[in-house]
Design a protein around this ligand. Structure first.
Ligand code: COA
Length: 326
């Protein structure tokens, strides 16, 4: 089996900052409620940029930071729940934007676990020798699938994109992998696509009244998030000779500070062990773990040889984690 390493990261968020105060002008909420329940203070909202646009910007930064050329990329995996279109895939649009002419490209749908799933899949391709260099992107324009009248959901999410370049290496950088799905709980976090309507069912049906906004059972998702972080950390460590002391940072899906608080308590570690930037970006779904990771790289928090643990969970329901040696 070939060894794999993450050799570069990048991220991009839209310029427009929407604070909790600003949200309270359009929906019945308050900065006090949002920040005390979630830790979120502001989020970035697209002013017209679609998912492929943000994804391409994040990808170009990751490619530059990795020191490779776009032509070197053999594979583009783009995780999103908010693609530009059903066809073509957003990965193919990004390929054209960044001129990664030698890549095979496809999207994956794993909601907030998307970035971790993407790294997992790219790792398998590189380990088998099928590709040498892969670009993984998590990108979302969640603002286009939010019901801006629903205070239960619209205050939680933000737009943005993140990317990582993975390459075959002499040193192993992916030390442990954890993954799974539980479709029986899919109803707790949903966003409809297009309903089955065609002339053979009902020729009078129109496409004008589609309800495709995010819906969520917050309490169920909260419990699931805490359970997955605790279980994921334990399972990931089990496959290694390391303990939590050896892990410099846990980089979780940036959903909610209180989920992290509960998980940290159950794991018996300080919340400081978790890297969080959800106060600035909210929950950016598939982009969130990668945005946090790139933030850490930009702040110079990671040195060669550091071990970090990435953990994602979300709609599907899906979950996945990795222990990465930097
Ligand atoms: N502003 C003000 N009030 C709000 C509100 C908002 N933005 N959103 C909901 N409320 C109200 C509800 O209408 C409800 O009012 P009611 O009791 O009069 O019906 C009340 O607040 C619910 O409060 P509470 O029970 O304290 O909510 P909570 O502690 O369960 O917190 C979440 C709600 C959404 C913050 C919490 O469940 C959560 O974080 N869940 C996980 C969500 C998540 O991370 N999703 C994505 C994962 S990938």
């Amino acid at each position: 089996m070939n060894k794999v390493r993450i050799i570069g990261t990048g991220s991009y968020v839209p310029e427009k900052i929407v604070t909790n105060e600003e949200l309270s002008c359009i929906v019945d909420t308050s900065d006090e409620w949002i920040s005390s329940r979630t830790g979120i203070r502001e989020r970035r909202i697209s002013e017209g940029e679609d998912t492929s646009h943000m994804a391409s910007k994040a990808a170009l930064k990751a490619i530059e930071n990795a020191g490779v050329k776009a032509e070197d990329i053999d594979l583009i995996i783009l995780a999103t729940a908010t693609p530009d279109s059903f066809i073509p895939s957003t990965a193919c649009i990004v390929q054209d934007n960044i001129k990664a002419i030698n890549a095979t490209c496809f999207d994956i749908s794993a909601a907030c676990s998307g970035f971790v799933y993407g790294i997992d899949i790219a790792t398998q391709f590189i380990r088998t020798g099928s590709v040498k260099t892969a670009l993984v992107i998590g990108a979302e324009t969640l603002s286009k699938v939010l019901n801006w009248k629903d205070r239960n959901t619209c205050v939680l999410f933000g737009d943005g994109a993140s990317a990582a370049v993975l390459k075959e290496s002499d040193v192993e950088g992916i030390l442990s992998i954890y993954r799974g799905s539980d479709g029986s709980k899919g109803k707790f976090l949903t966003c409809n696509a297009v309903p089955v309507k065609n002339p053979y069912i009902d020729s009078k049906e129109t496409m004008g009244d589609i309800d495709n906004a995010i819906t969520m059972d917050g309490k169920e998702i909260f419990k699931f998030g805490v359970k997955i972080i605790v279980q994921g950390v334990e399972e990931l460590l089990k496959d290694t000779t390391y303990s939590l002391k050896d892990i410099k940072y846990i980089v979780p899906h940036q959903a909610n500070f209180r989920i992290i608080e509960s998980a940290a308590k159950r794991l018996g570690v300080s919340e400081e062990k978790f890297y969080l930037n959800l106060d600035k970006f909210g929950n950016t779904s598939a982009a969130s773990v990668g945005i946090a990771l790139d933030d850490m790289v930009q702040k110079n928090l990671l040195q060669s040889g550091d071990k970090i643990l990435l953990i994602g969970f979300g709609g599907g329901l899906t979950y996945g984690g990795l222990i990465v040696e930097w």
